[in-house]
Design a protein around this ligand. Structure first.
Ligand code: ADP
Length: 518
């Protein structure tokens, strides 16, 4: 049979262990340890000091002492380390007497034991008695078990603090990363979804966490085939081991963005993936820029090269010394060269205007204009280029002068009437009409009886480089810049432009301009 107090000691130590497992906070754990130690050693009070970051000891928990009195016990732990050197420090009973008197309490006996984690001394545990019976060697042994428990509690608390601080640091890094960060478990369930990703996709962390990534991101190809379901690198890792997926993400607001996911796998000791960390980037702008570059290259190579080779061909032929060209042939050849040079000039002007637009908006030179006269002049000029079309220009008498940029609006008319001719190769009627749309707004419309524009293209023809993909457009010279510039000019005037068209029957472009200009 164990002696009674040993049994109690065990019970107490067990209770402290349980409390530790229950993750009680450090203060409560130290208090519990002190309470048990005081009881088992038949003491009346106890105190634990812990070493602070600067190395000095400071009280951390006490029992049986008035709170205000605790700091006055400081003589007890001052220079305590030097206790081993005989004669250099005061005797501990003398220190206790000093402290008791200062604090106004009656503590007669004290036992102090160091608390250690490994070899590091982290503090001291003190137990006090108000009566005169001193602490025995046995008491010290009993206390040492409690000192160990207290040291473990401190150790755990420190580890926990370190882990929490580390976790906070990592969370902050992930949250504030400029890239989207998503962490999924091996079943592709989202564990982490950072702020950047939430902004990118419009899906909040709460909405995403706990759901499968293939549902939340659901990347698709341009044709709408699900990349996540057919080509997820986490399910079918490619041979080169590069875990990469790219595709369109369709946001709830209707905008589609191109996302690129770069995964890295975290593995356990058996080499199995425990989670995948994905770096998610929005590639939309990069893709657009890349596509634009490609289009620009092909436009330049096609649209610039064609007139240049025609000019070169004609110039070379006309310059042949062995040929004796008659006047008419010479005139024909030279006029082709002139036409092609004009075409080059228009294209280069358009390209320059487009890049100027991109660089910083359009500057208008405003004056009062007579649009009816301008329309007539444009028609007269372009009429000479065709003998298949019939033109009408119809403006009401009271059509008001408007404030606008002469050169730019001239370009708008030339472009729209030019297109009406270009895209009605079979000829037909081209009508330029003016009207007062509403108070202080005029409306112009240019209609043709040409090939028309399919509904899907009607919005997009105003985009840079967009051309309807049909045989005629492929055969007709053009860079897809005209309408882009027309729209920019109209909008710079505070106006609007649109098109109504029936494929096979013709198109009617309309534009509305405020009379007062912008
Ligand atoms: P471009 O004529 O140089 O190709 P635009 O920006 O002027 O460039 O026009 C863009 C596209 O819109 C054209 O390629 C053509 O497919 C279509 N389009 C423009 N005007 C008409 C029209 N009047 N009728 C039919 N299609 C047109």
């Amino acid at each position: 049979m164990l002696p009674d107090f040993r049994l109690r000691q065990r019970e107490y130590l067990l209770e402290i262990s349980r409390a530790m497992n229950a993750r009680l906070d450090l203060s409560s754990l130290l208090k519990l340890t002190l309470k048990s130690a005081v009881e088992i050693l038949a003491g009346q009070a106890g105190l634990i000091t812990l070493r602070r970051d600067d190395g000095a000891l400071a009280p951390r928990a006490s029992i049986g002492l008035p709170l205000k009195a605790v700091p006055l016990f400081e003589p007890l732990w001052r220079d305590l380390e030097d206790e081993s050197k005989p004669g250099t420090t005061l005797d501990i009973s003398f220190r206790l007497a000093l402290a008791s008197r200062a604090a106004g309490v009656q503590m007669r006996q004290v036992v102090a034991l160091p608390m250690e984690i490994g070899k590091e001394s982290i503090g001291y545990i003190f137990i006090f008695r108000t009566r005169g019976v001193g602490f025995s060697t046995n008491d010290r042994q009993v206390l040492s078990a409690f000192a160990d428990q207290a040291a473990i509690a401190v150790h755990n608390a420190r580890l926990y603090q370190q882990v929490s601080a580390e976790r906070e640091r990592l969370t902050a890094i992930i949250e504030n990363s400029g890239d989207g960060v998503m962490i999924v478990n091996p079943y592709r369930i989202i564990q982490t979804w950072n702020k950047t990703l939430a902004n990118m996709t419009g899906i909040s962390t709460d909405e995403a966490a706990g759901r499968p990534c293939y549902e939340v991101l659901n990347l698709t190809t341009k044709q709408g085939v699900s990349v996540c379901h057919t080509a997820c690198p986490l399910i079918n890792p490619p041979e080169d081991g590069r875990l990469y997926a790219e595709g369109l993400h369709h946001r709830a607001d209707g905008i589609s963005i191109t996302l690129a996911d770069n995964y890295s796998a975290q593995t356990n000791e058996e080499g199995q993936a425990t989670q995948f960390i994905a770096n998610v980037r929005d590639m939309t702008r990069l893709h657009e820029a890349e596509e634009l570059k490609q289009t620009l290259l092909s436009v330049i190579s096609h649209e610039l090269k064609t007139p240049v080779s025609i000019i070169k061909g004609y110039a070379g032929t006309l310059a042949r010394e062995d040929a004796n060209w008659d006047k008419a042939t010479l005139a024909d050849g030279l006029s082709v060269i002139e036409e092609e040079a004009d075409r080059l000039d228009r294209l280069i002007t358009n390209l320059l205007d487009a890049s100027r637009l991109q660089a910083g908006g359009l500057k208008l030179q405003l004056s009062y204009l007579n649009l009816a006269d301008m329309a007539k002049t444009a028609v007269e000029k372009l009429q000479t280029t065709t003998d298949k079309h019939v033109f009408t220009v119809d403006f009401p008498r009271d059509f008001p002068p408007i404030r606008g940029d002469f050169e730019r609006l001239q370009e708008v008319l030339t472009n729209l009437i030019g297109n009406a001719i270009k895209y009605s190769p079979g000829g037909g009627l081209i009508k330029v009409t003016g009207a007062l749309a509403k108070h202080n707004v005029v409306r112009l419309s240019i209609s043709d009886e040409g090939i028309g524009i399919p509904p899907v293209d009607q919005e997009r023809i105003f985009d840079r480089f967009h051309r309807v993909d049909n045989r005629l457009a492929r055969q007709t010279p053009g860079a897809g810049l005209g309408l882009f510039l027309v729209k920019a000019v109209v909008e710079a005037h505070g106006g609007q432009i649109g098109v109504e068209s029936v494929p096979g029957q013709g198109s009617a472009f309309w534009l509305e301009l405020p009379v007062g200009g912008q």
